[in-house]
Design a protein around this ligand. Structure first.
Ligand SMILES: [Zn+2]
Length: 417
């Protein structure tokens, strides 16, 4: 089982927009651009919303059937670990093994020694195709990397083998993710993490490092764009090197988490993909829910009143909603519109404040980020919310599809060809 060159993680909180999401990739296909849809959803999201992995599988199946999609597609058990993997085994065929919690937990001394010995041959000023400056590899660096990451990769190996035993090796895609940690990984670290993944015999198709800069939820990239561009290119070069030297799967590629809406780095990403003829997996999650709210707001009066209700309640429960996302949102509370102000808005005002169009004077990133984490409130509304999604399916679907196609598929994948 292989993963196509381009794949797109189209997570969907309420499992309602599968068809709309797929229609955006269908449109790309009509232009000769093949992108594999991957419906990703984490244990955390399932728990907050009250869905189960089988719901995601059903959503994918329904969409594929309705649109007669004949390409590959996957259901991703996103950010799973030893404690929750079993709930996902039946419904998923893509597993994102999250071992970030084990990073920096010291590895066994003997394992570190063996690793250092095995990879000692790379101690040098290492030339890698596609990287201008040689990577400086020293014994101390290899030892430090092994000490920091070996245990995490071993954990990933354990989960991988557990899934393989249950489902059969070769019947699913494996991603290793290390993005939910404080420190970005350098290209040298990436190199030896990939070596360790090969040693564990994990047939990883995607690797999600933590990149330099802030990948906050639902808003643009914050950081040094040229620094990111350099790091991204070096990571691509390291992946190619690792495929050849360590015997990792030929289709191994990078995966970018919280990849939606990072408009200012899409151009360097597309250029780097073109330069290296490389593939990419990009994950989005929460933003389809924001398009649902935009669609509802535009469907006055009942849709708009639900959208307003979510915001007003989110203001009241600010701390509770933002807490779990503290490190990936940045809200200036002074810039949040008050409940009274929002109550006076028409649908267009609500949609313009929320839609991620930086050229629009009404766009408010603080408003957008608060709503991004407010899906719990909609989940608590139960069928009142999901019935409204059904009632206004047309306008919502239009927003969902346009967001994926125009703001993501075009700048990233179309430009990478
Ligand atoms: Zn992630």
């Amino acid at each position: 089982m292989i993963l196509e060159k381009y794949s797109f993680g189209i997570g969907d909180r309420f499992c309602h927009q599968g068809k709309a999401q797929l229609s955006a990739l269908m449109k790309a296909k009509e232009q000769g651009l093949s992108i594999t849809p991957v419906w990703n959803k984490s244990h955390r999201e399932h728990t907050i919303i009250g869905t189960v992995p089988a719901d995601t599988r059903r959503e994918a199946l329904d969409a594929v059937k309705a649109l007669q999609w004949d390409g590959p597609y996957f259901v991703d058990a996103d950010h799973i670990g030893p404690g929750n993997v079993d709930q996902f085994i039946e419904s998923s065929d893509f597993f994102t093994l999250d071992v970030a919690d084990f990073i920096a937990q010291p590895a066994d001394k003997a394992d570190v020694d063996t690793f250092v010995k095995k990879y000692g041959k790379y101690i040098s000023s290492l030339a890698i195709d596609g990287i201008e400056q040689n990577l400086e590899v020293t014994e101390e660096k290899i030892r430090a990397i092994a000490g920091k990451f070996l245990l995490a990769v071993k954990q990933a190996g354990g989960i991988y083998r557990h899934i393989a035993e249950a489902k059969g090796a070769g019947s699913f895609i494996t991603e290793v993710s290390m993005d939910e940690t404080d420190q970005p990984q350098t290209p040298v670290e990436m190199l030896f993490i990939l070596a360790a993944i090969a040693d564990e015999e994990i047939p990883a198709r995607t690797i999600a490092p933590k990149f330099t800069g802030l990948f906050n939820k639902g808003v643009d990239y914050v950081g040094d764009v040229s620094g990111f561009a350099k790091e991204f290119e070096e990571d691509l070069a390291v992946v190619n090197f690792a495929i050849k030297k360590f015997g990792l799967p030929e289709d191994l590629k990078l995966s970018i988490h919280s990849g939606s809406d990072k408009f200012s780095i899409y151009r360097p990403i597309a250029e780097a993909l073109k330069k290296f003829d490389a593939g990419l997996h990009i994950k989005t999650a929460g933003t389809t829910w924001l398009e649902e709210l935009i669609g509802l707001a535009m469907a006055a009066p009942d849709g708009l009143s639900i959208a307003k209700e979510v915001y007003v309640e989110a203001l009241v429960r600010f701390g509770e909603l933002c807490g779990p996302y503290e490190t990936v949102i940045d809200i200036d509370t002074a810039e949040l519109p008050t409940a009274e102000e929002v109550q006076k808005w028409d649908g267009q005002s609500f949609a313009s404040a929320l839609r991620h169009d930086q050229s629009c004077g009404q766009y408010n990133p603080n408003f957008r980020q608060l709503l991004h984490v407010a899906y719990k409130i909609a989940a608590e509304m139960g069928t009142r919310f999901t019935d409204a999604l059904d009632r206004h399916e047309d306008i919502i679907a239009q927003n969902v599809a346009e967001n994926i196609y125009e703001r993501h598929v075009r700048p990233v994948f179309m430009e990478a060809r």
